[in-house]
Design a protein around this ligand. Structure first.
Ligand code: RIB
Length: 304
């Protein structure tokens, strides 16, 4: 059965410069290459999920500008349902200037524009699809009241939710409580929990408010750690040649959403998400670097 995933999230046009090393404050360095491409955490996760075989609906806003055209073209090419995307008449499409150095590390500025103007009516318009979804997935590059609204809309209809709290931000505990799966990296975990100096497990545990919840902390090259009230464990990832880590978290979330929506057990779903992210970092860019299903299955099979 095809997994049905609804994403309430962001699109940004990524403006990526590749360079030997990042500039220090006040310094100018020469870059090797500049690429404009589709990005934004929500959209990257949608592209990942679609390439992995899911039926994906995107709810979000882009401007009435060329970057908005790029968003629509990308989603149409990937077979993503764009019926609930609004072309905002007053706000520009989000953009993200990105620096990537020779080790594959990145630093990103987001100017979120139309992403911050998603309205409750945009989510309400897709109520029927939300009710039929296996998973509703959201992130923190949209207005936070809409993060809460999307999670509530899903929970009211008995639909499982994933909250990817990226980029790092504070959310009220009652909003975090609406997520069945919370997927921070270590920095995002520290900010979301408001606790520093704890192990990932301790900080993750502090977010849990009920039995049904799972925190999955992404640990980069170490894989990912899941924490539930009754269990924890680390699922190691794959050793790969890292070219560009940008979008790795998005690949992980897209992969996790598909695997959970397909009913895979948690540890298997995390291994699937790890494989998706591992393949993503072997290529430059964000949305364009998302792997397809066959590649993920092949990497998983190679580890058996
Ligand atoms: O996670 C990577 C993404 O973060 C980039 O595509 C950029 O647009 C920012 O949203």
């Amino acid at each position: 059965m095809t997994a049905k995933i609804v994403i309430v999230g962001s699109f940004n046009t990524d403006l990526t410069s590749y360079m030997e090393r990042m500039p220090r404050p006040g310094e100018t360095v020469s870059g090797r290459k500049f690429v404009t491409g589709p990005g934004g955490k929500g959209s990257n996760q949608a592209v990942a999920a679609a390439r992995l075989g899911a039926d994906v609906t995107f709810i979000g806003r882009v401007g009435q500008d060329v970057f908005g055209d790029l968003a629509l073209k990308t989603w149409e090419q990937e077979g993503i349902n764009t019926r609930y995307v609004v072309r905002d008449p007053e706000h520009a499409t989000g953009v993200a200037p990105i620096f990537v150095d020779d080790t594959g590390e990145n630093s990103i500025v987001v100017v979120l524009g139309a992403n911050l103007n998603i309205q409750a009516a945009d989510v309400d318009a897709a109520a029927d699809l939300i009710a039929q979804a296996d998973i509703v997935l959201t992130q923190l590059e949209i207005n936070y009241d809409m993060v809460a609204y999307a999670l509530q809309a899903a929970k009211r209809r008995g639909v499982k939710t994933i909250l990817n709290p990226a980029p790092a931000g504070h959310l009220p505990a009652e909003v975090v409580a609406l997520a069945d799966f919370i997927t921070p990296n270590e920095t995002e975990l520290e900010v979301l929990s408001g606790k520093s100096g704890l192990t990932a497990e301790q900080a993750a545990r502090s977010l849990l408010t009920h039995d049904g919840q799972t925190v999955v902390v992404t640990l980069g090259a170490q894989g990912a750690q899941y924490v539930r009230q009754d269990a924890t464990g680390v699922i190691p990832t794959f050793k790969v040649n890292v070219v560009d880590t940008t979008g790795a978290g998005d690949a992980f979330n897209g992969g996790l959403a598909v695997a959970l929506a397909e009913g895979k057990p948690l540890t298997e779903a995390i291994a699937f998400a790890n494989a998706t992210a591992a393949l993503c970092v072997t290529r430059p860019g964000t949305a364009p670097s998302m792997p397809c299903r066959d590649e993920v299955e092949a990497l998983l099979a190679s580890a058996k």
